[in-house]
Design a protein around this ligand. Structure first.
Ligand SMILES: [Zn+2]
Length: 433
């Protein structure tokens, strides 16, 4: 690692934001913040500033994965079903796996993760620890835990033998309001609510989770505290209720019809499609603890998610990249697979890039992220080749020449950690979608 947070990235194709492209460009970061991104000649860089050579590369803002479950199993040599991991691994144990997952993500060019939250595991503390510069990691944008009704998706997520405590669930308007405020008190960056059933054992995606009145209370209370609301919603009815309540993003949106897509476009509601999870389950699920029946059930949801994505794109919905990375299923480090899937289903490479940068920053309400404009956070990924014509370059870790986090070159650190601690997923090169 360099000792200062000043750096110059010289040469290469600089993509500073949608439509802002500079051939043979230059990025200058000072004290961790972008001072300049543009043509080489336009910058005044103090002598002695460390330089990285980006010739033959694409220079991108650090990428954002807007839907991950950080504190899940990170040890791929040991297959642990996700529900068993949730039910049996202690909270400190989960946090340690989360740190390892965070390193995997950063080593694959993802410098910001939106964390969907596991109660009391310490993700907020990990966020602050990383922000203070006490360890190397991606920026974490955290929901401390999700809001779910009793017998809702976030409750059934845990095996029946798991002891449930007060505020693991909330029922009725008053409890929903209280739980939003408790989360704000616990350091929430946003609120996650389960607004439809899911695909956990013993539930159906079409099961209703929360009334419009409960969802509206959650959204109003969160917005009063400047917190955005992400709604897990698979079913058409769950999506309809979430939109009526005014949520900021629909997560998964598997059964999104054309009417709901039009409504989302009009309201400016974001869609986070999370195709990777199911894609990965179709490919690897049975060798990672899923029954063939479960893989079959997920297959239908996968097809519907792809249809929804196409509806959303046609309607002009703002799409934000999220993988649903969850440890044993859909490993951390393979995030860029999601972008390959977007391109396979109709996006241009640049549109796909925007989902993981400018669009994601807009959903996160973080104007400092997702671009290399002056004043942006100094998070940069330098990738061999032209990513704007070949998105799949991002999925191969060997193509990542440099990873810069807040103006520090962390490439060597991550390379060593990858080698020593086995952080390669080994699953990043999955061929054509
Ligand atoms: Zn999820």
């Amino acid at each position: 690692m360099t000792t200062t947070a000043d750096i110059v990235i010289e040469g290469g194709l600089v993509w500073a934001g949608l439509g802002e492209l500079f051939e043979d460009g230059l990025v200058h970061i000072q004290a961790g913040t972008v001072m300049y991104a543009g043509p080489k000649g336009g910058a005044q860089v103090p002598a002695g500033t460390p330089r990285l050579d980006a010739q033959g590369c694409t220079v991108l803002p650090g990428l954002i994965d807007a839907h991950v479950h950080l504190t899940t199993n990170s040890d791929h040599d040991r297959v642990i079903p996700s529900d068993v991991f949730r039910g049996q691994v202690s909270r400190p144990g989960k946090l340690l796996h989360g740190l390892r997952n965070a390193h995997r993500a950063l080593a694959s060019g993802f410098t910001t993760l939106r964390v969907m939250g596991h109660r009391g595991v310490g993700e907020v503390e990990l966020r602050d620890f990383i922000d203070a510069g006490l360890t190397v990691g991606p920026r974490l944008v955290v929901s401390p835990w999700w809001i779910t009704m009793t017998n809702g998706h976030g409750d059934l997520f845990y095996p029946p033998y798991t002891k449930r405590t007060k505020w693991d669930t909330a029922d009725g308007v008053e409890e929903c309001r209280k739980l939003v405020r408790l989360q704000a008190r616990a350091g929430a960056d946003f609120i996650k609510v389960m607004a439809s059933g899911g695909m956990s054992k013993g539930e159906q995606p079409h099961w209703a989770n929360y009334s419009v009145a409960e969802l509206t209370t959650i959204v109003e209370t969160a917005h009063e505290l400047d917190l955005r609301v992400a709604a897990h919603a698979l079913s058409a009815d769950g999506i309809r209720r979430s939109l009526a309540a005014g949520v900021d993003s629909i997560e998964h949106g598997s059964y999104l019809g054309e009417d709901a897509a039009a409504e989302m476009a009009e309201k400016g509601t974001f869609l986070v499609p999370t195709m990777s999870f199911n894609d990965w389950c179709q490919r690897e699920g049975t060798s990672r603890g899923l029954t063939p029946d479960a893989v079959g059930d997920l297959s239908d949801a996968h097809d519907r998610t792809i249809e929804s994505f196409v509806h959303a794109r046609d309607a002009g919905v703002k799409v934000v990249m999220g993988t649903d990375s969850s440890g044993t299923l859909c490993p951390f480090g393979a995030h860029a697979r999601e972008l390959e899937l977007y391109v396979a289903h109709g996006m241009s490479a640049e549109e796909a890039l925007a989902t993981a940068t400018t669009n994601a920053a807009s959903l996160l309400d973080r104007s400092d992220l997702g671009s290399l404009r002056s004043g942006a956070a100094g998070d940069v990924v330098v990738v061999e080749g032209n990513v704007l014509t070949e998105i799949s370059l991002l999925a191969q870790r060997s193509n990542l020449r440099y990873i810069v986090r807040a103006g520090r070159d962390v490439t060597g650190y991550l390379r060593e950690a990858t080698e020593v601690f086995g952080l390669e997923t080994g699953k990043t090169d999955l061929g054509n979608p």
